[in-house]
Ligand binder design. Structure first.
Ligand code: MD3
Ligand code: FE
Length: 200
């Protein structure tokens, strides 16, 4: 479900909270198991963070750069993710991981599935900030031609049910200047990476 502009009213608060997070856990370019350095810079907040290195992809409670826990998820992040999930029909979404993706012009994310989480019944909620991106949304099989969506500042998307394991990616970011973020796009993806939370 695409919620156009859902995060717009909170943009300044989100970016301010993000600065606090990246001051503790800086954005960095991870290396894939195949030895390629990713063009997207990443960090995390919350109990679990997604990491990649020569040994594989996984979620870790510790930031490999600092050896310490990832910073806590700011309250404005959690609130927005839960509100968006509810709007998309997922009650009680309690994310335990927030991956922060930072794109500069030319950065891209090749088509992939998100399969490193334990709980596929939970949705993924993504928040786009800054420069617009072309999001590629495929089906459950890699070969199908993906649909293209332009995601702009403040757009929020909830992916659940049959979409949860869809192939997806981001086309190389076109250059531009955004009023708040300059030559940059930030995407926050909220996930349930560990085991399912108890129903309430
Ligand atoms: C659809 N990020 O971090 S967010 C990723 O814009 C990722 O940075 C992209 O793909 C970005 O893994 C897209 C939207 C998204 C995230 C997870 C999904 C879409 C998804 C999982 C399943 C289906
Ligand atoms: Fe993904």
């Amino acid at each position: 479900m695409l919620l156009r502009g859902f995060a717009r009213a909170a943009d300044v608060a989100l970016l301010q909270a993000l600065e606090g997070v990246t001051a503790q856990a800086p954005l960095r370019h991870l290396v894939t198991p195949g030895g390629h350095t990713m063009s997207v810079a990443m960090s995390n907040c919350g109990p679990l963070g997604w990491v990649s290195d020569r040994n594989g992809y996984r979620y870790s409670a510790l930031d490999p750069l600092s050896g310490k826990n990832w910073p806590a998820m700011p309250a404005c992040f959690v609130g927005l993710a839960a509100q968006a999930a509810a709007q998309a029909g997922f009650k009680n979404f309690q994310p335990d991981a927030c991956l922060i993706n930072s794109y500069q012009p030319g950065a891209k994310l090749s088509v992939h599935q998100d399969k490193d989480e334990k709980d596929f019944s939970a949705p993924i909620v993504s928040v786009s900030l800054g420069l617009p991106a072309v999001f590629l949304f495929g089906s459950a099989s890699r070969g199908d031609k993906p649909q293209r969506y332009r995601l702009t500042h403040g757009d929020v998307v909830g992916w659940g049910g049959p979409s949860r394991l869809a192939f997806h990616g981001v086309a190389p970011l076109a250059d531009g200047v955004h009023q708040l973020l300059g030559r940059r796009r930030i995407n926050l993806t909220f996930r349930r990476a560990g085991r399912a939370s108890a129903a309430t």
